[in-house]
Design a protein. Structure first.
Length: 101
């Protein structure tokens, strides 16, 4: 069984930073960056599960933190190797940097 703790921590950290961010920061692109990350994590999860891809909807800037949390945890359940976990962590960390939170 693969240890997905690093991914869960990275996702939770980014989500916490989004929840603490001012609305102006979310409007300037942090929420959009988070949504793109959530969509990418969901795409990867669906591909590994072998299900037909569905795009995560835009539920608004105040839902972005919850969306990355759900998508990140869904992905963590289906990852099978340490390299996949490391790659997902990098995705999360890079998105957080671009979001500026």
């Amino acid at each position: 069984m693969v240890d997905t703790t690093p991914l869960s921590r990275a996702v939770e950290h980014f989500a916490d930073r989004l929840r603490a961010a001012p609305q102006s920061r979310l409007q300037r692109g942090a929420a959009a960056e988070a949504l793109e990350l959530a969509r990418e994590l969901a795409r990867r999860s669906q591909a590994l599960e072998g299900v037909e891809p569905r795009e995560m909807p835009d539920a608004g800037m105040f839902a972005a933190a919850d969306q990355i949390t759900v998508a990140g945890h869904d992905l963590a359940v289906v990852l099978t190797g340490d390299a996949e976990v490391a790659e997902a962590v990098i995705l999360v960390e890079e998105a957080q940097k671009r979001a500026g939170v």
